[in-house]
Write a protein that binds this ligand. Sequence first.
Ligand code: GRF
Length: 200
Amino acid sequence: HRLVVLVSGAGSNLAALLDAHADPAYGARVVGVVSDRPGAAALDRARAAGVPTAVVALPDFPDRASWDRALTEAVAVFTPDTVVLAGFMKLVGAAFLDRFGGRTVNTHPALLPAFPGAHGVRDALAYGVKISGCSVIVVDDGVDAGPIVAQEAVPVADDDDEETLHERIKVVERRLLVDVVGRIARGGLRVEGRRVVLGG
Ligand code: GRF
């Protein structure tokens, strides 16, 4: 099962997938990594693991639609079965969803539908929730709005700040993402309206 992973940042979720794919029993293999940011540390992790990379940066394109088409092509080159957005901080567009809709998942550091968007951890803390967590969702044309594949709760500590809470969430998030992606690879992903049934 071929995985293409989209990244913008540190790449700790990518690193967890790269650790997992080393075991043939995992059933999935990262065959390409694509970033919108040339300087993303995640790209170094991919290179270190011998996985080919591509960069498709928004400022290099006249508009968002042409960036989205280029991103779609860059991903398509690797002929993925599943696309994983792992800390990819841009919204994919219509061309991308035409090609990869229904087989693209995203990981988010909050319990959706609460606290979507780029600052899920900060927003959950500011709201004062006592439990947050992480979600893996199927990507659709909304902002972190697609059907939920899996979630796990993480308690908020009284003295948490955005960084400490995010770090604790990320520990759980990596494990959940690796587990979900492996199950998709081994048993498939069925979306029935808003309900998602995982195989594997
Ligand atoms: C993750 O918490 C992801 O959900 C979020 O940004 C973080 C990315 O971390 N949106 P990394 O680049 O995988 O280390």
